[in-house]
Design a protein around this ligand. Structure first.
Ligand code: NAD
Ligand code: UGA
Length: 443
């Protein structure tokens, strides 16, 4: 089956970059990315330097295809109607209410996409789960799609996304693997082939892995859980290093040189952030509990607990350094994004660490090269449980501004390159991201 028109529902961190790269690599396919948030669509259609998402190389890729074979549109109905293949790249956050609140995935947005697809489809469609979803979500989607009155065949595939923010374009150009899960029926396998053919335009065939739907759905959760587990493992050992005189960087290197372990994701930090690791592990924990696997659930839950512990520990280290009280202390927070090269601050360690420093009495001066001031303000109002006194939280335009106004110490919370070469002079630095060799682990 040849696919000529693709619709992607969700123009976020996944939908935008993935569709831009597919459009760039497949000029023979028309791609329309739609979103229920008109501001996002407007920004995707606006100036290249102000796209809603910052990713190295993304503006160049968008520029090549936009309004040629890549379109950003408000017309969800029209885009569904004319496409043979529909990607669902909407958010799947942790549930905040009802059964499974605080743990399970909120599938509200996936369900609403499925309802739109059921309502507007007049021809057969291949419907693809691009979002990260709990195992057996395809079953729920099928139930909704079957409410369509026309005699239409919907084939559901799982095609989870493995890109990391900050390297999204590179990851899409040369992925370690592309995973496609489909049903074992004839129509299922035809749909798998149709999607594999699209990726084969630039990805070697041996990197395109096909499995059944359930393995693919679960492989995504498992991959994120295992990556996060490595970070929590090394972070837990950083606490032991501090008690014993071992150095965590030397430990990481020594351990990672074992080929069977490997060096990646062994960098001790102030804790992992980002919109996915925590929510996906909590979702895995919830699934294990649902299936009565309490021991397995507890094993994975520990990865999130150690991450919380590391964030608390970092803030406490600064507070203890000043004798347990930060009254009259002015502290610089360098970096608000959850990692370098992105403007995304969802679940960033900076949110929790700065709250704890503020609660201990400090005046906080925040700077991030890419996260907009309004987003930092929103993160604080939405997430801090403390009463906020605005005059004690100052969001600055440059790191030098802060360094030049007599602050007491700097907490580096994102590993932005520009923080490496600043002149810190005699200022105390607590390097939560371990980038300038004044690591808090060796204090
Ligand atoms: P996001 O919040 O940046 O984007 C989701 C978009 O979907 C939003 O713009 C929202 O307005 C839109 N949306 C929600 N419901 C809609 C509906 N019914 N109709 C139209 N638009 C709708 O989220 P994201 O970071 O792109 O993540 C999307 C999914 O991909 C999640 O499941 C996430 O776990 C997964 N994922 C994310 C990353 C990442 O790096 N961010 C990587 C791999 C996988
Ligand atoms: C992660 C995965 O790496 C992607 O494969 C996955 O697709 C994505 O989640 C997702 O599902 O959303 P991302 O969160 O964008 O990608 O970024 P990572 O590079 O994984 O970093 C996550 C966090 O871990 C960051 O806060 C980073 O600073 C931290 N980290 C990473 C460490 O503390 N130590 C390390 O060694 C590596």
């Amino acid at each position: 089956m040849e696919v000529k028109n693709i619709c992607c529902i969700g123009a976020g961190y996944v939908g935008g970059p993935t569709m831009a790269v597919i459009a760039f690599k497949c000029p023979h396919i028309n791609i329309t990315v739609v979103d229920s948030n008109p501001e996002r669509i407007k920004a995707w259609n606006g100036a290249l330097e102000n796209l809603p998402i910052y990713e190295p190389g993304l503006a160049e890729v968008v520029e090549k295809s936009r309004n040629s074979n890549l379109f950003f549109s408000y017309d969800i109905k029209g885009a569904i109607e004319k496409s043979e293949m529909i990607f669902m790249a909407v958010n799947t956050p942790t549930k905040t209410e009802g059964e499974g609140a605080g743990m399970g995935a909120d599938l509200r947005f996936i369900e609403s996409c499925a309802r739109d697809i059921a309502k507007y489809s007049k021809t057969d469609k291949i419907v693809i789960e691009k979002s990260t979803v709990p195992i057996r979500t395809a079953e729920k989607i099928k139930e909704i799609l079957d409410q369509n009155d026309n005699d239409i065949h919907f084939e559901i595939l799982s095609n989870p996304e493995f890109l990391a923010e900050g390297t999204a374009v590179d990851n899409m150009f040369t992925p370690d693997r592309v995973l496609i899960g489909g049903h074992e029926s004839e129509s299922g396998q035809k749909a798998v082939q149709a999607l594999a053919d699209i990726y084969a335009n630039w990805i070697p065939k041996e990197k395109i892995l096909t499995t059944n739907v359930w393995s693919s759905e679960l492989a995504k959760l498992a991959s994120n859980a295992m990556l996060a587990q490595r970070i929590s493992s090394i972070n837990s050992l950083s606490a032991l290093c501090e008690k014993t005189g071992a150095k965590i960087d030397e430990l990481s290197k020594a351990v990672g040189m074992d080929n069977r372990i490997g060096p990646n994701f062994l960098k001790a930090s102030v804790g992992f952030g980002g919109s996915c690791f925590q929510k996906d592990i909590l979702n895995l924990v919830y699934l294990c509990q649902f299936y009565g696997l309490e021991e397995v659930a507890e094993y994975w839950h520990q990865v999130v607990k150690i991450n919380d512990y590391q964030k608390e520990r970092f803030a406490k280290k600064i507070i203890d350094h000043y004798g347990g009280d930060l009254k009259d202390k002015r502290i610089a927070i360098f970096g608000w994004a959850f990692k370098a090269n992105t403007n995304d601050s969802r679940e960033s360690a900076a949110i929790k660490v700065s709250e704890n420093l503020y609660k201990a009495g400090a005046e906080i001066h925040i700077y991030d090269p890419k996260v907009a001031k309004e987003n930092i303000e929103q993160d604080i109002t939405k997430n801090w449980k403390t009463k906020i006194q605005k005059s004690k939280i100052i969001i600055e335009d440059s790191s030098n501004n802060i360094l030049n106004q007599g602050i007491d110490c700097v907490a580096i919370l994102t590993e932005w390159e520009e923080f490496k070469n600043l002149d810190y002079n005699q200022i105390k630095v607590f390097d939560g991201r371990n980038i300038i060799n004044k690591s808090f682990y060796s204090l």
